[in-house]
Design a protein around this ligand. Sequence first.
Ligand SMILES: NC(=O)C1=CN([C@@H]2O[C@H](COP(=O)(O)OP(=O)(O)OC[C@H]3O[C@@H](n4cnc5c(N)ncnc54)[C@H](O)[C@@H]3O)[C@@H](O)[C@H]2O)C=CC1
Ligand SMILES: CC(=O)C(=O)O
Length: 320
Amino acid sequence: MAVSLRRSKLAIVGAGSVGATLAYASLIKGVAHDIVLYDVSRAKVTAEVLDLRHGLQFCPPADIDGSDDIAVCAGADVIAITAGAKQKPGQTRLELAEVNVGICRDLIPRLLEVAPDCVLLLVTNPVDVLTMAALEFSGLGKSRVLGSGTVLDSARLRQLIASSLGVASQSVHAWIAGEHGDTEFPVWSSASIGTVPIADFVSPDGLRLDDVARERIGRDVVTAAEQIIRGKGATNYAVGLAATRVIEAILRDEKAALPISSLIEGQHGVSDVCLSLPSLVDKNGVMGVLDVPMSEREIGLFQASADAVKAVARSVGLGR
Ligand SMILES: NC(=O)C1=CN([C@@H]2O[C@H](COP(=O)(O)OP(=O)(O)OC[C@H]3O[C@@H](n4cnc5c(N)ncnc54)[C@H](O)[C@@H]3O)[C@@H](O)[C@H]2O)C=CC1
Ligand SMILES: CC(=O)C(=O)O
């Protein structure tokens, strides 16, 4: 008996550093049967697709295509938006809001015309504001619109903790919450190595994280992008992998806990703003935001992060 397998389709909007690297990581990890890139620059998208296509032999079976015609996104299950302006050295993510919300206002209705059943994943910065914009411009239910949020920042945090303590990143359980930006913060109160609370952890070599080390790590996460942008103009590899992880959780209906950005409705006294908290991700997008315990200090930081994102959202005509 012939088995018919429905092909999964990932559309990536923007074939710049982030979009092309996301396509590359998604191909290597085999997250979708069909991957397409859409960009306003025909020369750019054609060249990226050609280059990626030449590597297909070395990846799990998949097809890649691309165009400057938005119809290439037709029927996509997930649309990842990476199009738009990026930070120049010294610029904050929030300074990109006006121009990138404008791009989103034009893009989202046209994308939904060709892919009405998609889950929208925002990567463009400032990602929390852009997730709010996509919710508003799409009219989709809150579960179907999410941002890559602090999945990347949490990976940075885990790597820094892991290298400080001499353990594997995969054994570090720790999150960055709040804005993907300058007001983000590590949730130290629930961080652990394996099942050992980080405050109690001492490595076999006697390594532990004192308050000074934690402060330094928190600062290094916040300034990581700036450091990379000063050196090479953009960040692309880790964000490509982080966004691929979110897409994989959606297309495989994993119900995986990931710190994506989504509409916060009452957690820790915060509402009506998109921010990151660990959330379950399934085939419909956001299955639910988890009730993560936080210390009083962390709750204050979360509320301050909400205020910062709301102020920028309001300044570009979004939110209440
Ligand atoms: N959320 C996250 O963790 C991260 C977000 N970013 C953000 O991702 C965005 C993209 O960064 P890069 O790829 O480095 O920039 P880039 O400048 O290399 O690429 C942007 C691409 O968007 C395309 N584009 C612009 N307007 C478009 C439209 N209306 N429709 C289709 N394509 C359009 C451009 O032609 C260009 O190819 C920036 O906003 C950046 O800040 C970057 C790294 C991490
Ligand atoms: C650019 C950016 O948002 C990042 O690498 O975190």
